[in-house]
Design a protein around this ligand. Structure first.
Ligand code: ZN
Length: 60
């Protein structure tokens, strides 16, 4: 049973989410990576086209 599941993108509201792991999701529309920490904090990682992390913001 998954406790934390990201059903839509918190940035662009798209439901086109991909699942990497239980704590790791990505949006296929805006390419943001969503990371849920063990303390249930949610971070959005914005990556550049070559995969380098540009910035990380706490969203939950
Ligand atoms: Zn998105």
């Amino acid at each position: 049973m998954k406790k934390q599941e990201v059903k839509y993108c918190p940035i662009c509201q798209s439901k086109n989410m991909g699942v990497l792991t239980k704590q790791n999701y990505f949006c296929r529309d805006c390419y943001v990576e969503i990371v849920i920490t063990k303390k249930k904090a949610i971070y959005a990682n914005f990556n550049s086209a070559d995969g380098i992390k540009v910035k990380s913001i706490k969203i939950g």
